[in-house]
Design a protein. Structure first.
Length: 232
């Protein structure tokens, strides 16, 4: 089903052919993790929800794979935490940005950002640096599922709190994130929304959850799960 969604995304002009390669890499890591949400990833997801709820201006970044795999879930998460959605592509073309904006609108999104592209992330080449001035550029907390390493690093250097969803605990994006979620976006995105709603309803101490989170231990745990699974 997942592969078919990505294929469909390529046919609709939403997902790039590079996205097919990213999907294959993701599947390999998911297989090694047992295609489940490990406990440390669930804890990271909860910390991510706390960050998003505490944020002045949270933004959820959407690329071609995210749009193909979980568009409705991203719209629901944006609603749960009061975040903006912004289309943000590695291989940006206006046509593809437009196709993804429309796809998100078909799934209930309003006011999707990414078309203005009137600000730049410092220290990146022109096309890859484009963001909206009132979107990612202004955000204090950004969720970037499947981000490429260079951009994740450049965003982190802008003093933003970066939440990365990536199945590879060794990828640069996961390693530079304040909160790395080592899980499939298909499971992680609805899980962040569920945690956010639960945290809000229970009146939990969000600052304490953020403080207690340990990114390095999270990466080490995922790596350990992968290594022990491949040794079985
Ligand atoms: P980096 O540049 O961060 O060091 P990379 O070059 O491997 O790593 P990309 O090719 O830009 O990164 O992105 C692909 C990443 O997305 C891979 O790490 C892959 O594991 C991950 N990925 C692919 N599909 C999913 C998915 N459904 N859920 C979570 N992560 C995924």
């Amino acid at each position: 089903v997942t592969r078919h969604r990505i294929e469909d995304g390529v046919e609709k002009g939403i997902t790039s052919t590079q996205g097919l390669i990213a999907q294959g890499r993701g599947e390999a890591f998911d297989y090694l993790l047992g295609e489940r949400t490990i406990d440390s990833a669930d804890a990271a997801t909860r910390a991510a929800a706390a960050h998003l709820l505490l944020a002045r201006h949270p933004v959820l970044s959407v690329n071609g794979n995210v749009a193909a795999l979980c568009p409705g879930e991203m719209v629901d998460l944006a609603e749960a935490v009061g975040a903006d959605l912004e289309v943000n592509l590695f291989g940006r073309t206006e046509q593809r940005v437009q196709a993804i904006v429309e796809h998100l609108r078909d799934h209930g999104a309003t006011g999707v950002k990414g078309l203005a592209a009137d600000a730049r992330i410092p220290n990146l080449s022109h096309e890859r640096a484009k963001v909206d001035a009132d979107g990612i550029y202004d955000a204090d907390v950004v969720l970037v599922p499947l981000e490429d390493g260079d951009r994740a690093e450049a965003l982190g250097a802008m003093n933003k709190t970066e939440i990365v969803i990536d199945l590879n605990p060794l990828s640069r994006s996961a390693r530079v994130a304040a909160v790395p979620i080592i899980d499939n976006i298909i499971r992680a995105v609805p899980n962040v929304a569920r945690h956010a709603r639960e945290l809000r309803e229970s009146g939990a101490d969000l600052e304490a959850i953020v403080e207690a989170f340990d990114a390095e231990a999270t990466l080490a745990d995922a790596e350990q799960v992968i290594r022990s699974s491949s040794a079985d």
